[in-house]
Ligand binder design. Structure first.
Ligand SMILES: CC(C)(COP(=O)(O)OP(=O)(O)OC[C@H]1O[C@@H](n2cnc3c(N)ncnc32)[C@H](O)[C@@H]1OP(=O)(O)O)[C@@H](O)C(=O)NCCC(=O)NCCS
Length: 384
C-alpha cells in the first residue's frame, strides 16, 4: 500500500517529498535560520560514511496555483549497522564437532556480537509559522516508513532534555521511550598551550580499521581519526578534527560579552605563561575537535585521560579550532578526567528509541530499548 504523503493546512496542501539538492539548499537553510537551531540539512556534502544509508525529506506547502510552493519543514534519516549485544556460539560458527563415537569434541561457547540495523533521525525542523499543524508528526512518520522499507529494526533520536515540543512529539505521539542521557562536555581552546603531565607519554596510533560495527550504543566509523594513547595504554580517545567538514558559530552575544572575550584572548596571547582561561573566538565560524571512543582502566586512567584531553587541546590550538568536545555516558566514571566548561556543556542530552517491528534478528538479545545502559558510549562524530 502506498501511503498518501499529503496533508491539508488551511487552503494549502502539505506534500512530503525527497530533498532535492539542486533546488532545496537555500530554502532549507532559510527554515533553519528561522528555527534558530543548528543545521539540519546536508548541503552540499554530508559527512556520512558509505556504510550508512541516508535519506532526506522536505514538507512543502502547495497553494492553489501550482507554482505557489514553500518548504516549511524537513527531516533527515540514516541507517547503520551496529552491535546491540552478544550471543553465545559454539566455535564461533554454531557448529559442533564430534568424534567417531559421536561424542561432542568441542562445545566451547564463545560470545559473538549480534548486529542490528539502527536508524536515527536528524535535523527535524518545522518553520515557526507552521507549527502545531501536524507537519512534524507527518515528517517523522515518513522517515520511519523509509526506515522500515530499508530493514531498520530500531529508530532513535537525540534532543535537548528540555525540548518539550520534540519530547512530546516523539514520546507521546510516536511511541519512543527514553533510552540514554549522555553528557556533552565542551572545553574552550585557549590562546596558550595546556601543560601536560611529564609522567604521561602520549603516543599516536595508526587509525583504526573500519569495521561494520564497533560497540554497543555505537555507530560504525569509516573515517580515519588519529588515535592517541599513553604508554601504558590505560586511556585512549580518538580525535576527529571536524574543521574541514563543518563549522559552528555562537550568535546573539552582546557587544560587551564579545569585547570581554576578546580582551581575555589578547591578555592570554601576550602572557601565555599565566595560563589564563581565555574565551576563544566563538562568535565567528569555528571548527572543533571531537573526542570519541573514550576508554580507560586502572587507577590512573582519569589522570591519563586528562593528559590526553590536554594534548587534544594543544592540537586543536595548532589547527585553529575553537573548542574540544566529547559525549560520554551519564555513568562514565572517567568523565571526571575530562576538562570542560559547564556553560558550554550540556549535562543531559536525551536519546529516545523505538522498536520499528517485531521481526528481530536475534531473540536472545530481546528488546534493546529496555536494555540497561553500559558504562561507556561510542558516539559517531559525524552525528554531532
Ligand atoms: C519539534 C517540532 C519539529 C514539532 O513540529 P510541529 O510541526 O509543530 O509538530 P506537530 O504539529 O506535528 O505536533 C505533534 C505533537 O508534538 C507535540 N508538540 C509539538 N509542539 C509542541 C509544543 N510547542 N509544546 C508541547 N508539545 C508540542 C504535541 O504532542 C503535538 O501534538 P498535538 O498538537 O496534538 O498536541 C518543531 O517545534 C520544531 O521545528 N522545533 C525546533 C527544532 C527542534 O527542536 N527539532 C527537534 C529536534 S529532535
Amino acid at each position: 500500500m502506498v501511503e498518501d504523503h499529503s496533508r491539508r493546512v488551511n487552503n494549502n496542501i502539505v506534500v512530503l517529498r525527497e530533498f532535492d539538492p539542486s533546488k532545496d539548499c537555500e530554502v532549507v537553510e532559510d527554515v533553519e535560520r528561522r528555527c534558530e537551531v543548528g543545521p539540519a540539512a546536508s548541503c552540499p556534502s554530508s559527512p556520512t560514511s558509505s556504510a550508512t544509508q541516508f535519506a532526506e525529506f522536505v514538507a512543502e506547502l502547495v497553494g492553489e496555483e501550482e507554482e505557489e510552493k514553500e518548504v516549511v519543514g524537513m527531516i533527515r534519516g540514516c541507517i547503520k549497522t551496529v552491535t546491540c549485544g552478544k550471543k553465545l556460539s559454539r566455535n564461533g560458527k554454531n557448529v559442533t564437532h564430534h568424534n567417531k563415537n559421536d561424542d561432542v569434541l568441542d562445545d566451547t561457547l564463545k560470545p559473538l556480537p549480534v548486529y542490528t540495523k539502527l536508524a536515527y533521525i536528524l535535523g527535524l525542523r518545522v518553520s515557526p509559522s507552521h507549527r502545531r499543524m501536524g507537519i512534524g508528526l507527518k515528517l517523522v512518520h515518513r522517515v520511519e516508513e523509509w526506515f522500515r522499507e530499508n530493514g531498520a529494526e530500531y529508530s532513535y533520536m537525540a534532543t535537548d532534555n528540555d525540548n518539550k515540543a520534540s519530547i512530546n512529539l516523539f514520546i507521546d505521539k510516536c511511541g519512543y521511550s527514553k533510552f540514554r542521557t549522555p553528557a556533552i562536555l565542551v572545553n574552550p581552546v585557549f590562546a596558550h598551550r595546556v601543560k601536560l603531565s611529564s609522567s604521561v607519554d602520549v603516543i599516536k596510533l595508526s587509525p583504526p580499521t573500519p569495521s561494520p560495527s564497533t560497540a554497543s550504543d555505537s555507530p560504525p566509523l569509516s573515517s580515519s581519526p588519529a588515535t592517541l594513547t599513553p604508554s601504558s595504554t590505560t586511556a585512549s580517545p580518538c580525535i576527529w578534527n571536524c574543521k574541514d567538514i563543518y563549522t559552528l558559530e555562537v550568535r546573539g552575544a552582546s557587544c560587551v560579552k564579545r569585547t570581554l572575550a576578546k580582551t581575555t584572548r589578547i591578555v592570554d596571547r601576550a602572557l601565555p605563561w599565566l595560563r589564563l582561561p581565555s574565551v576563544p573566538e566563538l562568535f565567528r565560524p569555528f571548527g572543533f575537535h571531537f573526542l570519541y571512543g573514550l576508554g580507560g582502566s586502572g587507577p590512573r586512567a582519569e589522570k591519563f585521560l586528562k593528559a590526553l584531553c590536554g594534548h587534544a587541546h594543544n592540537l586543536a590550538k595548532e589547527r585553529g579550532c575553537g573548542v574540544v568536545a566529547t559525549e560520554v555516558s551519564s555513568r562514565e566514571p572517567l568523565r571526571l578526567g575530562i576538562p570542560h566548561w559547564k556553560r558550554l556543556s550540556c549535562d543531559e542530552d536525551l536519546w529516545c528509541i523505538k522498536r520499528l517491528g517485531e521481526d528481530y534478528s536475534d531473540g536472545s538479545v530481546g528488546d534493546w530499548t529496555k536494555s540497561a545502559p553500559g558504562m561507556s558510549i561510542f558516539v559517531d562524530p559525524r552525528e554531532v
